[in-house]
Every structure is written in structure tokens, then in C-alpha cells.
Design a protein around this ligand. Structure first.
Ligand code: ADP
Ligand code: MG
Length: 691
């Protein structure tokens, strides 16, 4: 029997980087290129330039001050240069012995002692100069460039690069004539001698256009495929009845739905009425009224004799929903012998057992809670609708878990309808690419009677003025939030910060109840604090970001965010959305502190500027995307979506449109090509975003 050979470190590194197949290697493109075609004379070189010289070693020594290092002097006939190596092996020292002729590449620094290079790459000066630019690949420490380069060229030679675009659907985007994949790849991996750096780096070059088009097409195909697979699944069709629970709830609400709410309710109703599971994202700015839309959808499923589950990312948010939904629905459910159940991790055993029974028996028509809703022991009698609030804070696995809570009914596996909600609107290009398999409903207006929130940037040195502002709000019977940042590395520090602020405000505001809320408090204590603030007895609530989502106290009119420069843009926007919910003029104060160098970082400045300039959630999202890029914006690690490597949604909209138009026809008319194409680009990774 053949014994499996131990893998070498570079081989392991290749696998770890996802470069397992020949095609993966072929699609691993250079990060940049180095010009090793020319030898520069030191005499002609400029400071700061990265150059290649050819020179002879004239002196070599190990110095011990200021630290151990190898110092080598070389002479190229026009001038001398000192090479410094802080880390070196004996073999390197040997190769750099006096008399050796070397080809040396590195960045030139001028100094008191003449030219210097730190850690240049050196090789023997024998052999011809390369005729073309040398590609440099993204890599990791255990995978040397030379090894990777060879592996890539090997993969390129072996991979099947035959066309996966249908011949009868001409690929005619970008510049003409279009390039095929082998031509595009060899252009980038093995540049010809006459190809300039500018051409290789020009992302609108036909070679890059081809790769981006291929990549976007793979993304569209795979999402369309999962959308179609979902369309084969079955769900219970839920139809709103005349005079049913939904109508009763509408009649009982203390307000009228906005036109936007009516529109999205209709979109949802259409989905629920079909036998195909809904897969819809409801996006709407903070305070746009998503909860009531979820409640109205729940009413339809309850009316039809099914259960609905609502899952929220934090206990506070879940409880907020619970209270609101109980208020709206319980009076209507009680006469039918139905209840709203509550599931959370912090629950007492006895209460939990009770709740689990209600869920299993079906007496709980609606189940509200945190992650506890998707735990093993939770068995629904007949779940038909799952609602996930702040969906981006959950991972794919959790969304799948909620879907799997549907028990097989009458022998046939069915899926619940899924409604995801988010206050972070997805900019159009992202929605079209990453969320192409999702139906999107948008609440694009706020309920009437909201007053715009005035946003002020205030330097931390002017804190006292902020205390004055707080006093003025309190005098008018209003309430105030004060949020301290979460410092990820140190929860303890985070706490000190909030505690100190709490003490300072308590001292500055005698006679006012100032509360403190943070993540490490016992749940019961948190609840007490929230109840006091909800009830209006507490004037100021100092908290860490636990109130980030969902807290709803219309009487609060001032939001102070301390160290606003440490928050992300969408987080700031969400926090600001906690005020301006009532009729009173409201304000948000962003207290910022400059860094050690006395200045704000560039991205922090961009975020604060965006906050001061706009209150529109879509504009905020667009700027957030600009500042962070799609990877960070999507929280890709969470969502599981493989990111686009080559296409840039900001500049490649035309390619995206092209891919979107081609994907359905390709799946219908050339399914084998579609399969070939997605396998080429996504390999085993095409499972993304199915939840
Ligand atoms: P979000 O979309 O941020 O989840 P909520 O659902 O919490 O917003 O709604 C914010 C507040 O607006 C809640 O107090 C809710 O009851 C109220 N609300 C929702 N719809 C309307 C409406 N059409 N008219 C007036 N108030 C509304
Ligand atoms: Mg909400």
C-alpha cells in the first residue's frame, strides 16, 4: 500500500489559502509586478527608489551595536552601497562573502554613510535578466514567492480553461475584441516583454474585464441557482382572512400604517400566500416601523392556525419586541385560547419548561426570544413563519437552524416562510450582487410626527457644555441617553469608562436619577434599570452599547455618544435613531477625542462627517460602503459570502448588469456550461447565502 507522503509546509500553505485545484492556482492573480528586467547604476539611482543593481561584495562583517546585524558593502563600479540584515542565516552570510557578484534588489535609502538597503533580496549575478515584468503573488510567510510562482504556472498549464460562456450569447462587454480566459490569464501571469506596468495594472484592460465578467457571472449563477432550488421547496400557503386577526390588529393599533408600511405588508402577504417559502429582507431605517409589519405577518400565520417565531440578537431587544407584541396581540389572542411565549438564555428553569410546553403544544401562537429560540429542546407544533430581526447580526448557521424548526407535516417536508429585518439598508449594487437571491422590501419613509435629529460634533474638552444641554432637556421633562464605547480588547476598561461617566453625571446632576446599564450586569438588574427609564422616572441612562438596537422611549430627546470616533458608522446611525421618536426636537451629540498625535484618524473623520451631514439611512449605508469596502460592510465572515476578488462594484456596474441578464438564460439553455462555470469559480464554495 502506498504510504501517504507528509505534506511540506508550502503545500500545506497552498491548501490553507484555498489553492487546492489547478484552476484555483490559475485564478490566483498577481498582487503587483516587479521590474527585474533592468540593472540600475547606483550613480543614476534616486533615493527611495526600488532598484535592481549588480555589484561585488567588498566588505562583510557582523556588527553588534546597536544590535547584532550583518553589514555588507557592495560596489557596482559607479558607487558603493551598504546592505543591512537584522535577521540572517549562516548560509546567507556565506553567500554574501567578499568577492561574490550579486544581483540585488531593494529600496535605496540615502544616509550619512551613503547608500543603504535594508533586507534586500540578493541572488547570484549569473544567468540572464528576465525579459519581462515579474509577477508578485499574494502569499503567506510559509509560502515563498518562487514556490508559489511555480505552482501557479503549473496550475495554469494544467487547468481546463476552455470557454464556459455559451457561444451563442456573445460576450461583448468592455473593449473589443473580447479576450478569452487563457489569453487573459497568461497576459497577467506571464507578461510579455513589451507589456508595461500600466497595462497590467489597468483594471479596464480586456484581460481584467474578462476575469471580472467571469467572476460576476459565477456569483449570479450560483445565487440564481439557490433561488430556484428554494422555489422547489414547499411552505404552507397563508392567506389573510376577512375580518381575521390581521384586520383586528390593524383596527386596534393606535396609529395608521404609513403608505410604505402598507406596501411592504402587501409584498409580504403575496409571498405568504404562495406555497413557496418566502425569503425576504425587510429593510428600513431605524424607527421606520418594522416591528408592526412583522406583527401583521404573524397575525396572518396565526389566523391560519400556525405558529410564528421572532428572534432578536440581544435580550433587551427581544424583550422590547415581546412587550410590544404582547400589548398588540395578546388581547386578540386570549379569546382564542392562544398566547405569546418568551424564550431566552437567562430564563429560570421552571419558566423555561413552561414556555417550551406552550411552544410544543401550539398554545403559544407567537414565540419571541433570543438565540434560545433555535436551541435543540425547542419544538414547535407547527411553525410557518420565522422572523429574524437585525439579521446581519446572525450567522448563516443560525438562520438555517431557525428554518429547520419546521416539523414535517403530513409526511411532506415543508419549510417556514422567512422574513429577515435590517436597519442597515444595502446599497443597490450590493443588493444586486451579494443578495441577488433575496427578495427585498424597503420601508422608505418614517411614520409621521418625527422631528429630524440635529447632530452636533463636540470635542471632548467641551464636555461641560454637554452637561448644560442635558440639564436643559431634563428641565423640559425630557430624557437623555449617554452611550460609552465598547472597547473590544478590554471589557474592564469599557466598564471603567461607563462607570466614571455615570459617577460624574450623577454628581453634576443632583436630584436626577442617573442609571447605568452595561453588558456584564445581571439580567434582573438590567431589567430594573430599563423599566425605570421606560417609565420616565430615570432622567439619564448611561450605558455601553447594549442599547444599540431596538430601545424605544419616545420621550428621550438627547443622545450623547462618548468617543464617537470609535464607533462604526452604521452603529452611530442606529444609536442616533434612539431619539427623535416623539414630537420633541431632538439632538445627537457626538463627543470625540483626538488620538495621541492630536488628530482624528482619516476614517474616523469621514464617519463623523457623514453623521453630521446626513440622517438618511441609505446615504449613510452608501458612505459606509465607501469607507469600509464591501468585505467589512457585509461582515463577510458572518454571512459566509465569498467576496468578489476582482470585480469592484463601484466601477463594474456594467459587468454586473451583463451577468445578471445572462445568468437566467444560461441556466435555462446551457445548464452544463453553467455548472462548469460555477464549479470553476466557486468550487465547493457555492453553498453561500442559502439561508
Ligand atoms: P424599527 O423599524 O427601527 O424596528 P419600530 O418598529 O421599533 O422601528 O418602530 C418605531 C416606533 O414607531 C415604535 O414606537 C412603533 O410603535 C412606532 N410606529 C410604527 N409604525 C408607526 C406608524 N405608522 N405611525 C406611528 N408610529 C408608528
Ligand atoms: Mg427594530
Amino acid at each position: 500500500m502506498p504510504v501517504a507522503k507528509e505534506m511540506s509546509a508550502p503545500q500545506k500553505a497552498l491548501l490553507k489559502m484555498g489553492l487546492a485545484r489547478d484552476i484555483d492556482l490559475a485564478l490566483h492573480l498577481p498582487l503587483r509586478y516587479e521590474d527585474e528586467t533592468r540593472i540600475v547604476q547606483l550613480r543614476d539611482a534616486r533615493e527611495g527608489e526600488t532598484v535592481q543593481i549588480e555589484a561585488m561584495v567588498t566588505h562583510s562583517e557582523i556588527a553588534f551595536r546597536p544590535r547584532r546585524q550583518l553589514l555588507v558593502t557592495v560596489d557596482d563600479g559607479s558607487d558603493t552601497c551598504q546592505l543591512r540584515f537584522l535577521n540572517f542565516y549562516p548560509s546567507q552570510q556565506k553567500a554574501l562573502a567578499v568577492g561574490a557578484r550579486l544581483r540585488i534588489r531593494g529600496e535605496l535609502k540615502g544616509g550619512f554613510l551613503g547608500w543603504q538597503m535594508v533586507h534586500p533580496t540578493c541572488r547570484s549575478a549569473s544567468g540572464e535578466l528576465p525579459g519581462a515584468l515579474t509577477p508578485v503573488y499574494p502569499t503567506v510567510a510559509s509560502l515563498p514567492q518562487a514556490y508559489l510562482r511555480k505552482a501557479v504556472l503549473g496550475g495554469l498549464g494544467r487547468a481546463d480553461l476552455s470557454d464556459s460562456f455559451p457561444a451563442d450569447v456573445p460576450y461583448s462587454i468592455g473593449r473589443e475584441p473580447p479576450w478569452n480566459l487563457p489569453k487573459a490569464l497568461s497576459f497577467l501571469h506571464q507578461p510579455a516583454p513589451d507589456v508595461s506596468l500600466a497595462a497590467l495594472e489597468d483594471r479596464s484592460h480586456p484581460a481584467w474585464q474578462r476575469l471580472k465578467a467571469e467572476e460576476l457571472l459565477a456569483q449570479q449563477l450560483s445565487q440564481l441557482q439557490s433561488k430556484r432550488e428554494r422555489a422547489m421547496l414547499r411552505a404552507p400557503a397563508l392567506l389573510a382572512e376577512q375580518g381575521g386577526l390581521q384586520e383586528q390588529l390593524l383596527a386596534a393599533l393606535p396609529f395608521q400604517l404609513t403608505p410604505a408600511q402598507r406596501r411592504v405588508c402587501e409584498e409580504i402577504a403575496r409571498d405568504l400566500g404562495r406555497e413557496v417559502p418566502m425569503h425576504r429582507l425587510l429593510q428600513g431605517d431605524v424607527g421606520s416601523g418594522k416591528t408592526v409589519v412583522a406583527a401583521l405577518a404573524a397575525a396572518v400565520s396565526i389566523d391560519a392556525g400556525w405558529q410564528c417565531a421572532l428572534m432578536a440578537p440581544t435580550e433587551i431587544l427581544a424583550e422590547q419586541h415581546f412587550r410590544k407584541l404582547i400589548g398588540w396581540l395578546e388581547p386578540l389572542l386570549a379569546p382564542r385560547g392562544l398566547r405569546v411565549a418568551w424564550l431566552t438564555g437567562s430564563q429560570k428553569k421552571k419558566e423555561r419548561t413552561q414556555m417550551l410546553e406552550l411552544v410544543a403544544s401550539g398554545e403559544a401562537a407567537l414565540v419571541v426570544g433570543t438565540h434560545a429560540v433555535i436551541q435543540e429542546q425547542v419544538r414547535f407544533k407547527a411553525l410557518a413563519l420565522a422572523v429574524i430581526d437585525e439579521q446581519h447580526r446572525f450567522g448563516v448557521a443560525q438562520r438555517l437552524a431557525l428554518r429547520s424548526k419546521m416539523q414535517p407535516v403530513a409526511g411532506a417536508q415543508r419549510e417556514p416562510h422567512l422574513l429577515m429585518m435590517s436597519a442597515t439598508p444595502i446599497p443597490r449594487t450590493l443588493a444586486m450582487s451579494y443578495y441577488a437571491d433575496l427578495d427585498v422590501s424597503t420601508l422608505d419613509e418614517l411614520p409621521p410626527g418625527r422631528t429630524p435629529v440635529v447632530t452636533k460634533l463636540v470635542a471632548d474638552s467641551r464636555r461641560d457644555e454637554v452637561t448644560e444641554r442635558i440639564r436643559a432637556q431634563l428641565a423640559q421633562g425630557r430624557q437623555v441617553y449617554w452611550v460609552c464605547p465598547l472597547i473590544e480588547e478590554s471589557e474592564a476598561l469599557d466598564l471603567t469608562n461607563a462607570t466614571a461617566t455615570h459617577e460624574a453625571l450623577s454628581a453634576a446632576l443632583p436630584g436626577v436619577m442617573v442609571g447605568l446599564l452595561h453588558s456584564r450586569m445581571p439580567v434582573a438588574e438590567k431589567k430594573t434599570v430599563m423599566a425605570l427609564f421606560n417609565g420616565g422616572q430615570m432622567g439619564v441612562l448611561v450605558s455601553t452599547t447594549v442599547i444599540e438596537v431596538g430601545v424605544d422611549v419616545p420621550n428621550a430627546s438627547l443622545m450623547v455618544i462618548e468617543h464617537a470616533e470609535r464607533f462604526g458608522l452604521s452603529q452611530l446611525h442606529q444609536l442616533r435613531g434612539r431619539v427623535g421618536r416623539g414630537a420633541a426636537a431632538s439632538a445627537c451629540v457626538l463627543l470625540y477625542a483626538a488620538g495621541d498625535n492630536g488628530r482624528l484618524g482619516e476614517t474616523a473623520r469621514a464617519r463623523l462627517k457623514a453623521m453630521a451631514e446626513t440622517a438618511d439611512g441609505f446615504e449613510i449605508a452608501r458612505r459606509d460602503l465607501d469607507i469600509r469596502g464591501p468585505g467589512e460592510f457585509l461582515g463577510a465572515r458572518q454571512s459566509g459570502a465569498p467576496l468578489l476578488r476582482f470585480a469592484d462594484l463601484a466601477t463594474d456596474g456594467h459587468l454586473l448588469e451583463w451577468a445578471r441578464a445572462l445568468a437566467p438564460a444560461m441556466l435555462d439553455e446551457h445548464p452544463e456550461l453553467a455548472r462548469k462555470h460555477t464549479a470553476r469559480w466557486l468550487g465547493g464554495k457555492s453553498e453561500f447565502l442559502k439561508a
